[in-house]
Design a protein around this ligand. Structure first.
Ligand code: ADP
Ligand code: MG
Length: 345
């Protein structure tokens, strides 16, 4: 398995077709209702089980649409757009945006700077925000990095101030938090069993309608299909990988997750990392961060934490999983080859 096989993969995790099927098809629990929305640059599908879920699904859809309106970097009416075009002035934001910003700043500290929401101008220079890909010169990157740095962001309750030449983007954490808020919305509308698929980020409510665990596939970062399955209860599973958005120039692959220290695609030896935990926003922020940090630092962070488990596939095709999910993890039959190492405390 080599990086050259990175080509045809789009989505990190697919729900296996077995999910949600139940033995007793006549039961009201088996009634399944889905809604798909294109938002946050991805197809989001919410599937709820049980009777009378129409209202809950409509509420979920409205929630997704409203969050996208707050956090879009390109929508001129979004709160993030207002912050990015404030010319250094203080901007008032909604509680959801303030919460997410506060969380993103915490994550920066927790990951020793690997998680950085101020990289937007650098991502633009690489063409990742426009799909007009190019390799910027070292001088250009150095100049752009002068204006990054999460410590220059000031968040005072619901008021945000960033320097005039800084731009922020919540792309690495927004879908995760949206998953949390949509799950909450479904629960408050009486839903006991649901699965939210945010373009590969999975978030569940309860168990499958028959009381069994959900079974999700973990995407092979080197080619088609899943290399493993994971059984989960109510939680989030979020994967980041270099294969999700990338371009190749002169035989070198450049992907969309940057190392804030270099302003270049993170090259830590990880092909993909999946993070499993009760909070979607934590899993999302960490999946991006661990991809930057590499295996050893990720293992160290895991040992000092109690809110996530992880599956790391290295660029050499080795698989590392943490002990908390070892019993629920199974390699797919066509992937019996790779060695799986369990990381313990
Ligand atoms: P995806 O959203 O593609 O599923 P991620 O959650 O890993 O994957 O987020 C990647 C996005 O995060 C990039 O497209 C970019 O907007 C932003 N980003 C890139 N590098 C970083 C970083 N080091 N810290 C925070 N955000 C980043
Ligand atoms: Mg992420």
């Amino acid at each position: 398995m080599k990086k050259t096989f990175l080509s045809s993969v789009l989505v990190a995790i697919f729900l296996l077709t077995s999910c949600g099927k139940s033995e007793n098809s006549s039961s009201s629990k088996d009634i399944k209702n889905s809604k798909s929305v294109f938002a946050m640059d991805t197809y989001i599908t919410v599937t709820a089980y049980g009777e009378d879920t129409d209202k809950a699904l409509k509420a979920a859809e409205d929630k997704i649409t409203s969050l996208e309106k707050l956090w879009s970097v390109t929508d001129e009416n979004s709160e993030i757009y207002a912050v990015n075009h404030s010319g250094g002035q203080t901007v008032g934001v909604s509680p959801e945006t303030a919460d997410l910003l506060d969380f993103a700043l915490d994550m920066h500290n927790r990951t020793n700077g690997a998680f950085d929401i101020s990289l937007y101008p650098v991502l633009t220079a690489w063409g990742f925000t426009t799909d007009e890909y190019r390799v910027p010169s070292d001088d250009e990157i150095t100049a752009l990095l002068e204006n990054t740095g999460v410590d220059k962001i000031n968040l005072d309750s619901q008021y945000v101030t960033i320097p005039a030449d800084m731009q922020i983007d919540l792309g690495a954490v927004g879908k995760g938090y949206a998953g949390d808020l949509v799950a909450e919305e479904l629960k408050s509308n009486g839903v006991k069993s649901a699965l939210i698929d945010l373009g590969g980020n999975i978030q569940t409510v309860g168990t499958k309608p028959d009381g069994e665990k959900w079974k999700v596939g973990i995407r092979n970062p080197f080619g088609e299909g899943n290399f493993a399955t994971l059984e989960i209860g109510e939680c989030a599973v979020v994967t980041s990988g270099g294969y999700e958005r990338y371009f190749v120039e002169d035989g070198v692959t450049y992907w969309h997750i940057l190392d804030p220290k270099t302003g270049k695609p993170a090259d830590s030896g990880i092909a993909s990392v999946s993070v499993i935990g009760s909070e979607g926003r934590t899993c999302d922020a960490l999946s991006t961060s661990l991809f930057v940090m590499g295996l050893d630092k990720s293992a160290e962070l895991w040992k000092n934490s109690d809110d996530f488990e992880m599956i790391i596939v290295t660029s050499d095709g080795e698989i590392y999983i943490t002990e908390g999910i070892a019993d629920d993890f199974e390699l797919s039959s066509n992937f019996a080859e790779p060695k799986v190492s369990v990381i313990g405390r």
